[in-house]
Design a protein around this ligand. Structure first.
Ligand SMILES: NC(=O)c1ccc[n+]([C@@H]2O[C@H](COP(=O)([O-])OP(=O)(O)OC[C@H]3O[C@@H](n4cnc5c(N)ncnc54)[C@H](O)[C@@H]3O)[C@@H](O)[C@H]2O)c1
Ligand SMILES: O=CCCC(=O)O
Length: 470
């Protein structure tokens, strides 16, 4: 059994009493333990972050160097970290390697980003500059689907802007994040990045702790609403990256055989456990049958297995509640008129596996279409005209990303502009999640954005200063 350390104030703490078990989703077996942080350790982490804040915010060049060294460290440890990520999260090794590489990319992007300053004049005609100042200690809370990448999307801009951080990974997937913390410990001054692990209510304690001035949260909309309420009582800044139920509209002129592979992976990457995955397809009634056939052929050909096997394309679901949720929604769909063209059930083997599932779904209310199911089941719903498809795609509480699929670029672009969400793509889905483009949800998919200069702004406050004499 491996055991892993919290990192608080530049120290690794392996001896903290209670331990949290971490299971491998491919076997269901516990293979590692991490510390369960108690309130006193959370106080220590917040105090360490507070002590480290002023010298850190004053050292712009040091912050750039530290971020770029953190990227180097990640790249050097990529092989072992990817293996650990697959073991704790379930994703295939190739996807785990991509996650580590993208995390390093984000660190480098922010290491290179200049913090904007604008020079202007006040009403007396004096030159002034508008600068962005860090906020203080940031509470960062991450989910289990991309444990390292989604943590780095917070800590890279937060640290670049001059804040210090207390980071809490999901209790299902703390290992890679803790291993990252241990690896970069010597590259950061003590207290700049503190990582605390444990089950709830640790996240709730962190959000309502008096020290952090900003909460950056990625997770479900239900938890995001609790985080917003708790942060409001301390008047804390918030960024919330929340759930999605992304639609893909397939126009009648699309070629099902041509788009099937790309559409399939837009829905099934990381076993559908991607905030910006296609969760429901609206296919014109003339091509719904051919599209179902093409997607079914793709789903039947996919290799499902332990992510540590290099030939695996789809791993297990990440945890038992997620497996239960997908199964419940598929059963509900089958009971209400949907047909499983392929899949439709958990796989009878150890671990949390569910058969890749393509559903022919009737028009009308269906939970698997209306709610976020976050798994390897894709409902395909017929529509008659584009206006109806756009209405259905915009229905509901979420507005993260969406896509339109067509062989007519102009027609697709026109439909795309009618969709209410943070990003729309044509003949691809959410492929432009890169460090320089804003990523964030509309409606109940979130508040604020990550990435680019906008992502950095979320960790700053504006200040007007006299302009230094030239
Ligand atoms: N919009 C995005 O960028 C994005 C990205 C990835 C995942 N997600 C969403 O995340 C969800 C899946 O992740 P999950 O199941 O880990 O989400 P979750 O909301 O259950 O948990 C997310 C994190 O919040 C912590 N937490 C739980 N209760 C808390 C509380 N009261 N206060 C503070 N923290 C608390 C958890 O321990 C975990 O670390 C999906 O809904 C998915 O769409 C969104
Ligand atoms: O789940 C959200 C992250 C998606 C991604 O960056 O690919």
């Amino acid at each position: 059994m491996d055991s892993h350390a919290m990192t608080i104030d530049g120290r690794a703490d392996t001896d903290s009493g209670a331990a949290l078990d971490v299971a491998n989703p491919a076997t269901g077996e516990v293979f590692a333990q991490v510390p369960q942080c108690d309130r006193q350790q959370l106080d220590e982490a917040c105090a360490a972050a507070e002590r480290a804040y002023r010298p850190w915010r004053a050292d712009d060049a040091g912050r750039r160097r530290a971020l770029s060294r953190m990227a180097d460290v990640l790249e050097r440890a990529a092989t072992s970290l990817a293996r650990m990520l697959t073991q704790e999260q379930g994703k295939p090794l190739a996807e785990a390697r991509t996650e580590i590489a993208r995390s390093a990319l984000w660190l480098r992007y922010y290491a290179d980003l200049d913090i904007p300053r604008e020079v202007t004049s006040n009403d007396a005609g004096d030159r002034v500059e508008i600068v962005r100042r860090p906020l203080g200690v940031v509470a960062a809370i991450a989910p289990w689907n991309f444990p390292l990448l989604l943590a780095v999307r917070k800590i890279a801009p937060a640290l670049r802007a001059g804040n210090t951080v207390v980071l809490k990974p999901s209790p299902y997937t703390p290992l890679t994040t803790l291993a990252f913390g241990a690896l970069v410990r010597d590259d950061l001054p003590p207290g700049v990045l503190n990582i605390v692990s444990g089950p709830e209510p640790l996240g709730a304690w962190l959000v309502s702790h008096p020290v952090p001035r900003k909460v950056s949260f990625t997770g479900s909309t239900a938890t995001g609403m609790k985080v917003a309420a708790a942060a409001a009582t301390g008047l804390k800044h918030i960024t919330l990256e929340l759930g999605g139920n992304d639609p893909a509209i397939v126009l009648p002129d699309a070629d099902p055989d041509h788009i099937a592979d790309s559409l399939f992976w837009s829905a099934f990457r990381n076993n559908g456990q991607v905030c910006a995955a296609v969760k429901r397809v609206y296919a014109h009634e003339r091509i719904q049958g051919r599209l179902l056939d093409a997607l079914t052929a793709r789903a039947r050909a996919v290799r499902v297995g332990d992510g540590l096997d290099e030939t695996t394309e789809l791993g297990p679901l990440s945890n038992p509640p997620q497996l239960g949720r997908v199964h419940e929604l598929v059963k509900d769909a089958l009971a209400h008129g949907a047909t499983a063209v392929t899949g439709g059930r958990p796989l009878h083997q150890p671990g949390y596996f569910f058969a890749p599932t393509i559903l022919s779904a009737p028009p009308g209310a269906l939970r698997i279409v209306d709610e976020e199911q976050f798994g390897p089941a894709l409902p395909v719903v017929p529509y008659q005209d584009l206006e109806e498809a756009i209405f259905l795609a915009n229905a509901g509480e979420y507005g993260l990303t969406a896509s339109v699929w067509s062989s007519d670029g102009d027609r697709a672009a026109k439909a795309a502009s009618a969709l209410e969400c943070g990003q729309v793509t044509v003949n691809a889905h959410a492929t432009s999640i890169c460090p320089s483009l804003p990523f964030g949800g509309h409606k109940r998919s979130g508040i604020g954005v990550e990435n680019g200069p906008w992502g950095l702004h979320e960790f700053t406050g504006l200040q007007v200063l006299p302009c230094p004499a030239a």
